[in-house]
Design a protein around this ligand. Structure first.
Ligand code: MN
Ligand code: MN
Length: 288
């Protein structure tokens, strides 16, 4: 037996080849529009390295990652400072994964990267809905004149999908205008995520993209993020919401806004890894 191993670090349990994979995990290391504290572009490597600290088996779902056939493609090479080109790169990568019949699972990056993935998903899945977990509405028309920003990402998704296709949960920050406009065009649950099951029933029969901006979690549990906002969900509440979607047709998903440099104890990265494990298992389909 050889003692020589390849020096590659994948997220724990994600050891399938691309050809065999049903799910393709990849990182989108972009944080150039972060409005407060940047650093989310370092989340992918941090999560892969720290993922050895969790088990591949989920006692919540009685299933493990090894059986899922997940390929970890590593991080994309994205042009730092150019949001449009970074989104194009995310979109074209997701397009290839979807066209190969696989499910993209993205590690942000700031939340803007979601727009690239949703563009690829929306052009291939008519009737797409987006389930959005976040502290922030992200529904501004622009942010300081910029239409592409992590503060505008859901507005751009709405431009793409139209009315009543976005379901938001945990929202507790935004301008009065954002909340008013959102109330006329999308579904927003403030502060909690207790309506996820009802919303999943409402979207039943349609494909769903799920995006988790981790700042939806209370900063007492998840301080390692660029825009912490008090009054958030617990990990347990977010997990319950994710599990409510395990019977839905999830065609892509992401987890964004872990900023490792603000995670001095490592607990935020550990929480992000565990959340991703549960998403990978819950969204892999029931037939294995
Ligand atoms: Mn966000
Ligand atoms: Mn946020």
């Amino acid at each position: 037996m050889s003692l020589v191993k390849r020096n590659d670090i994948s997220f724990i349990g994600c050891c399938a080849s691309y050809e065999d994979a049903k799910t393709v995990l990849f990182g989108a290391p972009f944080d150039s529009t972060a409005s407060f504290r940047p650093g989310a572009r370092f989340a992918g490597p941090a999560m892969r390295t720290e993922s050895v600290g969790i088990e591949t088996y989920s006692p919540y779902q009685d299933r493990g990652l090894e059986a899922l056939s997940v390929f970890d493609a590593g991080d994309l090479e994205l042009p730092f400072g150019n949001a449009a080109r970074a989104l194009d790169a995310v979109e074209s990568f997701c397009a290839r994964v979807l066209d190969d019949g696989k499910t993209p699972a993205m590690i942000g990056g700031e939340h803007l990267v979601t727009l690239g993935a949703v563009r690829a998903a929306a052009s291939r899945h008519p009737g797409l809905s987006v389930f959005h977990f976040d502290a922030h509405a992200d529904f501004r028309g622009d942010y300081m004149g910029e239409s592409l920003s992590h503060a505008t990402v859901m507005r751009r998704v709405w431009d793409l999908l139209g009315d009543w296709k976005i379901f938001q949960f945990g929202i507790r920050s935004g301008t009065r205008d954002e909340f008013n406009l959102a109330g006329e065009h999308i579904k927003t649950e403030r502060f909690k995520a207790s309506t996820v099951r009802d919303c999943a029933l409402e979207a039943a029969g349609n494909p769903i993209y799920v995006t988790v901006d981790l700042d939806v979690i209370d900063p007492s549990e998840f301080p390692g993020t660029g825009t912490p906002e008090a009054g958030g969900l617990s990990f347990t509440e977010l997990l319950s919401a994710i599990l409510c979607l395990s019977e839905s047709e999830i065609i892509g998903y992401d987890i964004c806004e872990l900023s490792p440099h603000y995670d001095h104890s490592g607990v935020s990265t550990a929480l992000a890894c565990k959340t991703l494990r549960e998403m990978l298992i819950a969204f892999s389909g029931r037939v294995l």
